[in-house]
Design a protein around this ligand. Structure first.
Ligand SMILES: [Zn+2]
Ligand SMILES: [Zn+2]
Length: 255
């Protein structure tokens, strides 16, 4: 099977999995890149997985469903173009013969879900939308820092070799911020250099992995002393882990 990141808009990726005949896509904000890939590889679209309701994730759903008859899966608690298989925490689906588990990850939006395949081609696979990015996390449009902390902790607890497929190529901007938080993190400096080289060659920095994110992503490192100290230097009222995450998020918004 193949895993493709189809570029869309300025910095979105529409993830596609295909076996040479059938395909699934995740968060098709635009139908055109998907139609193009289906035609190019001679594929039938079977399933569309949606993580949350933002237009850059659902904009192409109706056109793709109408043209291909693909089944659409999405969060039970958000308004996604119907007909829809509504999903929430713990539910399982099979698409293209791949078993996915649904994880509730509120924070960026109130009903955001992620799709976790425990075994895909020898390692787990995660589609996490706008919750976890490489080196960062989504903005808190509809949720609280405490909710996001729980959501990110659930993703952080997945196996280290889980391939993390995020929807946006935000990595370089995130890493600039991460270095401001943890200037002495050597793994972070090395990863930043690798990602700068990838982007210069127009190569995606994704997928990442959970093991890597645990080493470099300040939003998964709110328990680390260096991260807590940096958050307190930004906002002296910062106490518990949720408020560390909240301070980092506010700091990043202004960065
Ligand atoms: Zn979003
Ligand atoms: Zn988005």
């Amino acid at each position: 099977m193949n895993l493709l990141a189809l570029p869309a808009f300025t910095d979105n990726y529409i993830w596609m999995v295909h076996d040479g005949q059938r395909a699934l896509v995740v968060d098709p904000g635009d139908a055109q890149p998907v139609f193009h890939a289906l035609q190019q590889h001679g594929l039938q679209l079977e399933a569309i997985l949606v993580t949350h309701h933002h237009a850059d994730h659902v904009g192409g759903v109706d056109a793709l469903r109408d043209a291909t008859g693909a089944s659409v899966y999405g969060p039970a608690r958000e308004r996604i173009p119907a007909p829809l298989h509504k999903l929430s925490q713990g539910e399982r689906i099979s698409a293209l013969g791949i078993a996915f588990e649904v994880i509730d990850v509120p924070g960026h939006t109130a009903g955001h879900i992620a799709y976790f395949a425990p075994d895909w081609e020898g390692a787990p696979l995660l589609f996490c939308g706008d919750t976890l990015f490489s080196g960062g996390c989504g903005r808190l449009f509809e949720g609280t820092p405490a909710q996001m902390l729980v959501s990110l902790s659930a993703l952080a607890a997945l196996p280290g070799n889980t391939r993390v497929c995020c929807t946006h190529e935000y990595t370089l901007g995130n890493l600039k911020f991460a270095r401001a938080v943890e200037p002495d993190n050597a793994a972070l400096a090395q990863y930043q250099a690798e990602c700068v080289a990838k982007r210069a060659a127009d190569v995606p920095t994704l997928p990442s992995s959970i093991a890597l994110e645990l080493k470099i992503n300040p939003f998964l490192r709110t328990r680390c002393t260096a991260v807590q100290q940096a958050a307190r230097a930004f906002d002296a009222s910062t106490l518990d882990e949720a408020s560390v995450l909240g301070a980092l998020r506010t700091w990043k918004n202004q960065f």
